[in-house]
Write a protein that binds this ligand. Structure first.
Ligand code: CA
Length: 448
């Protein structure tokens, strides 16, 4: 089998930001890896930095130079002109490409936003709604329904959030200016080839600033390589066809080495004196080795349908400590790597893995994250934003996304209330403080 890692190892990728909580305003270069797309790191917010602007003449010259490459991929000159003539460069994508981290998001905030009640309830409903389809996908690719739906939920909030930037504009700009032109030229040409082949039909198609789009948020080259036509209409359509999108997600995981019927991993406890130098996703040992060191499943005593089977003793396994020794610990197997390949970030892979467990009916983590100020789900984030609006902060619409304006408003409230640290973080403590205040004396707008 040709693995995704082998196919994509030549690509130096930036890191993708799963889901709406991280996608709109983040950006940071990350390591070389095989993944579905190129985008910002999920754990960081960013502030744009200055970038050189593409000049109109140079932009036109650049597009003319790319035309033969598109022709070699089946896009005739006349069609190329039709696709590219309306395209003007968008300097704002270059700002995102070069953006520097402004905030670092703790993993408990990241997971609280992605594995929240809304996403669990929606996912469970969609598992029922698409039950027959998901069974056929499982038969064809060997990937179980909960995993496929969890990827869908984290990638696009089950098809709600595709990104708002015109793909051809972003990719043409990034192909002709900035520091990753070679990479983005491949994505630009792949997009044109998908349009010309009829897989996608709308040249005004939108996606993330870096070019990920559709239900699965694949980059165009990943789309070209991995997407499948599962509804049989002759087109691989990951924008308007849920069957194509879910089957393509399963196909991606299969090609990344998915093992049918095996768990991604599970939460464990570590024995006293455990050597933390032995942890990390790439530090693999036989499962029996970890068990003999005293690593134990937290659900060892449970006897439910949701409890995954223990793999064979010689299965290669790694221990993860995403927040250090004081937080939850996990033992992970090959399927965790397959999920990781989708986006090359530990936090991202863990969000999908934990969401898939919740969709199967499992309860949340046994161990607490090492914080006395836990993270908020999107309902609570919206409540926090509503309270900030009521106090007169101009933070825009209540959308559950914690952007720069919301953070500044939180910071101002933290300072007013004497909460430390006044870091602008949307945590439980500031929510409870504002909630208590609003209950005790409603804001003027809410007073009769
Ligand atoms: Ca189709």
């Amino acid at each position: 089998m040709v693995t995704i890692q082998a196919v994509a190892v030549v690509l130096s990728l930036l890191l993708a930001a799963p889901a709406a909580t991280a996608r709109s305003d983040h950006g940071s270069a990350r390591s070389e890896s095989a993944s579905t797309r190129t985008e910002p790191a999920p754990m960081q917010s960013v502030e744009p930095t200055d970038s050189p602007q593409p000049q109109p003449a140079a932009f036109a010259r650049c597009l003319a130079e790319l035309q033969p490459r598109a022709a070699a991929r089946g896009v005739p000159a006349q069609a190329y002109a039709g696709y590219t003539q309306p395209v003007l460069p968008d300097p704002s994508v270059l700002e995102l490409l070069n953006a520097q981290p402004e905030f670092t998001t703790p993993i408990w905030d990241y997971l609280a936003g992605l594995v929240d009640e809304d996403r669990i309830e929606d996912g469970q409903r969609l598992l029922q709604e698409h039950r027959e389809l998901l069974q056929r996908v499982e038969q064809a690719y060997g990937v179980d329904p909960a995993t496929v739906v969890a990827v869908w939920g984290v990638e696009s909030d089950y098809g709600r959030i595709f990104g708002k930037r015109p793909l051809l504009v972003s990719l043409a700009t990034l192909s002709c200016a900035g520091r990753r032109q070679d990479f983005f030229r491949g994505e630009f040409i792949a997009t044109l080839a998908l349009l010309q082949a009829g897989d996608i039909r709308d040249p005004g198609l939108t996606g993330s600033w870096a070019g990920a789009f559709g239900h699965t948020q694949f980059m165009p080259t990943t789309y070209a390589r991995v997407a499948v036509d599962f509804d049989g209409d002759g087109r691989r359509d990951l924008v308007d066809s849920i069957p194509d999108a879910l089957a393509s997600t399963a196909n991606y995981l299969k090609r990344a080495g998915w093992r049918t019927g095996e768990a991604w991993g599970f939460e464990v406890t570590l024995p006293p004196g455990f050597d933390v130098g032995s942890v990390g996703r790439t530090n693999r040992r036989p499962l029996s080795d970890w068990l003999s060191r005293g690593v134990k499943r937290v659900d060892a005593a449970a006897n439910t349908n949701t409890k995954p089977a223990m793999p064979p003793a010689d299965t290669r396994a790694a221990v993860l400590l995403p927040a250090g020794k004081a937080g939850p610990a996990f033992l992970v197997f090959r399927n965790y790597d397959a999920i990781y390949a989708y986006n090359a970030a530990e936090s991202y892979a863990l969000a999908i893995a934990l969401l898939s467990d919740r969709l199967r009916g499992a309860s949340g983590l046994a161990a607490a994250w090492p914080t006395d100020d836990p993270g908020l789900g999107r309902r609570e984030r919206r409540e926090l934003q509503t309270l900030l609006l009521a106090r007169g902060h101009a933070i825009g619409e209540v959308d559950g996304l914690i952007g720069t304006n919301t953070r500044r408003a939180i910071q101002a409230e933290q300072q007013r209330l004497g909460l430390q640290p006044a870091d602008g973080r949307a945590g439980r403590r500031i929510l409870q403080a504002l909630r208590a205040e609003a209950t005790a004396s409603p804001a003027p707008a809410a007073t009769p």
